[in-house]
Design a protein around this ligand. Sequence first.
Ligand code: 26V
Length: 833
Amino acid sequence: MDARIEASPGVEAGSSGAGALDEAAGIRARILDKLTYSVGKDPLAASARDWFVATALTVRDKMVERWIAGVNETKRTGRKRVYYLSLEFLIGRLLLDALTNMEMVEPTRAALAGLGVDLEDLRDVEPDAALGNGGLGRLAACFMESMATLSIAAYGYGIRYDHGLFRQRIKNGRQQEYPEDWLSFGNPWEFQRPEIYYEIGFGGRIEAEHRQDGTLKHTWRPAETVEALAYDTPIPGWRGRQINTLRLWSARSPDPLRLDKFNSGDHFGALMDQVRAESISKVLYPSDSTPAGEELRLRQEYFFASASLQDLVNRHLRQNGDLHSLPDKVAIQLNDTHPAIAITELMRILVDWRNLGWAEAWNITRATFSYTNHTLLPEALETWPVPLMERLLPRHMQIIYLINAIHLDQSSKLPGSTGERLAAISLIEEGHGRRVRMGHLAFLGSHKINGVSKLHTDLMKETVFRELDLVLPGKITNKTNGITFRRWLKEANPGLTALLMEVAGDRLLDDPMLLEKVAHVAGDASFQERYAAIRLVNKAALAKLVRRQLGIDIDPGALFDVQIKRIHEYKRQILNLLETIAVYDAIRAEPMRDWIPRVKIFAGKAAASYTTAKLTIQLANDVARIVNSDPTVRDLLKVVFLPNYNVSLAEKIIPAADLSEQISTAGMEASGTGNMKFALNGALTIGTLDGANVEIRDRVGAENIFIFGLTADEVEARRRHQGIDGREAIARSPKLAEVLEAVASGVFSPEEPDRYRGLADALTHHDYFMVTADFESYFETQRAVFRRWRDKPAWWRSAALNTANMGWFSSDRTIAEYAQDIWNVPVRQPGNG
Ligand code: 26V
């Protein structure tokens, strides 16, 4: 790589010349200090993990001063704070992230090299903080980084799960789940705050007494109390000017040991309370498709919402004395409905604790909260059985009833009000048992509700929130998702970043719209050559990983066609597999045609209880086994399923991808963010007009993306008029018929021929996700991809134009929009003063 870029002071302050040597020497001394006095190890005896901890503590020290200064500054100026409430933060590793944003990568690399340690080895020993399922949790992590980058005084609130998302292993082609244990060697990034804890109540009864003014004062007497204990992790923004706090709550029992029981010989009974309390923060719920509907999940939601609200209300009261000014000083963003119970918790605090009148309290609440919706899938929308709510959170249930009564009363007076409409907008869903609609509660309790892509927001207005939008118009707004370029460009793909900076300048990560300059050189042969060379290096690295993990050889010269994401029917990994099989059949039929060597790469986890998703994983592995061992195929087609997909694996796969699969049934993927990561790194997208794919097409140009299939409107119309039977589509496609027959008859599962018969039957008769309807279009579009691949200048021009036009998808842009339109807080761009 170009030395001029590496040494450029704008990229990394002080990384050139004598200053850099001094800096490296200083860091080296501090790392040795940490290794000796904090880790307690001798350099000769130190493992990679020991060096990692020593290095992490060194960069953490660097952050602490500015962190504290920032907190004090916020206090002093009294500026508005943003609280991002999320049950998930899918952070991944932090070492390179912290070093990058503190502009310490190169001096630290040099310092470690002087100690005989390779920074790259240290990166790999850090466990992923996998406190999230997928897109929603990763978005929260990108947002935390961008909020710090834009100098917003933001706090993330969540749960410090002992165990994050399960570890996936593939055994005989099938997924097996194992507990994940990210804390087993300690966590050098966090600070426990023993003095910061709150009591969280559950169950019990309500006492009501008359106040002097005649109103009723309610006091909740919980039957059970759990403590929420704070752990803080510093989150540095780009260039480290602002460092924010991610505060995660851990559950514990107020009295860990019942000594009376212990002394009477009941040694296990003595620990019961502790086990029950601690179970709340024991493990992340591993489903992102169907709400578990279990008591433990509701306990998690309330536990974290209550702790966070108590904490932020305390902070506000310390500084401002009363809660009337809350909306001027505080914005609370609800990441999906998971924390929506916080709305009733704030009402309880205002009305029951602080004695505010109902109407006043409600105005404060609505002005403070806003809510982001991340899915329209009916099965993923949270509702809670009324009896469960009544038992676990009796006072909150009362508050919900009162909010609902007032809301229905006001709505019934509007013109056009019907019983049907009132039923649709009620907080209580009647039918199979009465349930509380958390999406509706979040809608009512917020001043703004946002979707995460333009299409998704439009659909919100047409479907789930149609009637509420009629009754309370103007609340719904769009905030198209984004990704942080520090992690997904600079850290994941340093080679490409250096090349792009040559063209767009050193301030690229301060102002991602500078990427547009790359468009001017997209057609240059010399630029394309370097762009392609960087990709090839990334692909060779991935090939090495595949070889190591799976023992499969893949050719870095082949087209890497990648689908990595949670396994879901609506994401249609099956469609991808059917096309893979169709090409496999075609290669065997005409082995001597000029096929394009291609590697199909899959990765992703299935919820443990999601049978069809797990069967999809098994099919991918079965197809891989058959295809990879078929001698007629030679190296023309390879299929790999990489186990245990997580953030760190994504960072390795995405920079090596040529083709990005974003093939959900139109109307079902709220946004997608993987689609943005791939396009930024120059993979071309094959995708439907779904989620943010639509906006990616608008920006990169229709010639530089491969769009296929039914649109959201067409899917809807087809389901309504033709139904979901796949037979007609299958009859019109002999290829598809042949592929389905092969799957159904056990070509890929000879040891159990009927393994996939049910799957093939379901596609034939109940194809809700339109796999059969979209197959031909998808297959033909894949051939268009092949044609572009043959025309290398055209391919690399498209790739470069993808990168060039992705600046808008920076999460800095997304967060600036939230700040302006929803939170009403100013932002400061990182490059400016
Ligand atoms: C739902 C549930 C249900 C209860 C059990 C645990 C659990 C965990 C997560 C979810 C949320 C599913 C919604 C979700 O992840 N949506 C994704 O959000 C991304 C960020 O906005 C977006 O890019 C994806 O398109 C969308 O599927």
